[in-house]
Design a protein around this ligand. Sequence first.
Ligand code: NAP
Length: 242
Amino acid sequence: MRLTGRCAVVTGASSGIGAAVAQRLSAEGCELLLVGRDPRRLDAVTARTGGRPLRADLGTPEGVEAVCAAATGRVALLVHAAGLGAAGPLAGLEAAAAAELMAVNLAAPVQLTRALLPTLRAEGGHVAFVASIAAVGVANEAVYSATKAGLRGFADALRVESGLGVTTVLPGAVDTPFFARRGRAYGRRFPRPVTAGRVADALVDAVLRDRAEVFVPRWLALGARVHGLAPGAFARLSRRFG
Ligand SMILES: NC(=O)c1ccc[n+]([C@@H]2O[C@H](COP(=O)([O-])OP(=O)(O)OC[C@H]3O[C@@H](n4cnc5c(N)ncnc54)[C@H](OP(=O)(O)O)[C@@H]3O)[C@@H](O)[C@H]2O)c1
């Protein structure tokens, strides 16, 4: 896919992976619509990338509609990077927190993609989803895992039915404010968190090459393959090693 001079919408552009993707796409010569909530962080990314900022809460239908209304240009690339996490047993998760996870991580990408399909199709466009290795099901992140597995399934179906380019990026731990915001630090010694820039590079590269799925780091694909081929063994390993 050619990116120079094309319009791209990036959600989650105010921080972490989305901000790094915006930076990469700006370097590729894209015209950017940058979606986020925090005005200070959004302004900083806007200043770095020359994009157009849009404040919208993707946990609400109004926020999703605001993005659709602002994406008036010919959108060739839609990057879904907005998202949040929650850690802890399901029994301790408030209903409102579960609803917010599902709204921002899954429902908003579905609705935005649906609404922007005509312009994406007209442009021979591409949709990129930032899912997570948690899509295979991570203990104490049940709802988060469900949203990311849902995103992966949605992307797989869209790839087959829409004629669009569709990329799913499945990172492991990434060094961003994500963990601080969810209220629980990343506690594993392995795998070490990668940088947001590395995820952004992998995402943009996958869009340019029209790759369906990319794991960051790449060896994480092995875990997903074991999960697919031998779910029982995967669950045993998961219980044993977390
Ligand atoms: N960090 C990791 O280890 C990791 C691993 C795998 C996958 N991911 C996924 O990567 C994506 C980006 O996360 P990150 O690591 O870059 O975290 P981050 O730095 O916390 O960024 C999250 C982004 O999502 C936006 N966002 C959150 N709730 C929103 C809402 N209600 N409406 C609109 N925007 C909202 C934030 O906007 P504001 O800042 O303006 O609120 C921010 O731009 C997420 O989907 C996450 O699930 C992260």
